[in-house]
Write a protein that binds this ligand. Structure first.
Ligand SMILES: Cc1cc2nc3c(=O)[nH]c(=O)nc-3n(C[C@H](O)[C@H](O)[C@H](O)COP(=O)(O)OP(=O)(O)OC[C@H]3O[C@@H](n4cnc5c(N)ncnc54)[C@H](O)[C@@H]3O)c2cc1C
Length: 245
């Protein structure tokens, strides 16, 4: 059910350079919920080209948790939404509208591979944590490849590690495309997301065709990953994606 509500900012933490975790109050309407992977529309208190400015941010928390709504937001220099996020203080009220979006889990017999880059991890973390903590999806095999540039920029690693420890059916690999220093080899590899994906499909000796794919991140990377999968002959109905435009 799409609603517009006044959300109070409960917590604001810089979890990595220029990356903020924001926790807002949950809508009071007890019927309101969302599907993991959906986003909220932030009404910004400024105009853009003569219209009220809006920005979309994916919900990073799970709908199983009805205490607060969490967002993981990257600040872009001088961006309208970024400036708003930079300035908002604990206790401030934001106008949020939602939920919206179709980037949600599509039940299937196949195992799932999640390909996230940057803050594209937000809706994917919501989907994965919901599936693992929900009876219907708790045995489903899930593989996450998270593309980042450098180890110093990582966040929510403890949360991912905890999920992996509690759920042997979930594995994750962080793919560091520009890192040249030491890495934690238990969780990270050097290289792009496609490198991690190729390692998995080689190790498991199974066809890349046997999975459902969920891709999220910036538009250029999402498009290149989508093309990569299509060139491997993966049917389009097995590829789901969200572009952070
Ligand atoms: C469905 C959806 C969900 C989204 N969820 C999230 C989320 O969970 N977390 C999140 O951080 N973002 C998310 N975004 C992106 C977000 O909505 C904004 O577009 C983004 O944060 C930039 O907004 P801004 O107002 O700060 O910058 P703008 O004022 O829109 O842009 C300022 C300038 O920066 C450029 N720019 C925009 N993005 C980038 C970039 N990544 N790198 C460099 N330059 C850029 C623009 O072209 C423009 O010139 C989502 C987008 C969509 C469509």
């Amino acid at each position: 059910m799409l609603i517009t509500y006044q959300a109070k900012l409960l917590e604001k933490i810089e979890i990595a350079p220029e990356i903020y975790l924001l926790k807002f109050t949950y809508p009071e309407n007890s019927d309101w919920t969302y599907n993991a992977g959906q986003y909220m529309i932030f009404h910004l208190p400024v105009e853009e080209k003569g219209h009220p400015a809006r920005r979309l941010y994916s919900i990073a928390s799970s709908p199983l948790n009805k205490e607060h709504l969490d967002f993981i937001i990257e600040l872009i220099p001088n961006g309208l939404g970024s400036t708003y996020v930079k300035n908002i203080q604990i206790g401030d009220i934001a106008t949020l509208q939602g939920p919206a979006g179709l980037f949600t889990f599509k039940p299937s017999e196949r195992e799932s591979i999640f390909l996230a880059t940057g803050t594209g991890i937000a809706p994917i973390y919501s989907i994965i944590s919901t599936l693992l903590n929900n009876n219907s999806g708790k045995d489903k095999k899930l593989h996450l490849f998270w593309g980042m540039k450098y180890a110093k920029d990582l966040y929510i690693m403890d949360e991912l590690q905890k999920l992996a420890e509690g759920h042997p059916n979930f594995r994750f690999t962080v793919c560091l495309s520009r890192e040249e220093g030491e890495i934690d080899e238990l969780t990270c590899i050097k290289g792009r997301v496609t490198h991690g994906l190729e390692q998995l499909t080689t190790q498991d000796a199974r066809s890349i065709l046997q999975y459902d794919y969920y891709i999220c991140g910036g538009p250029v990377v999402v498009e290149s990953l989508r093309k990569f999968l299509e060139e491997k002959q993966i049917p389009r109905d097995q590829i789901h994606f969200e572009k952070f435009t």
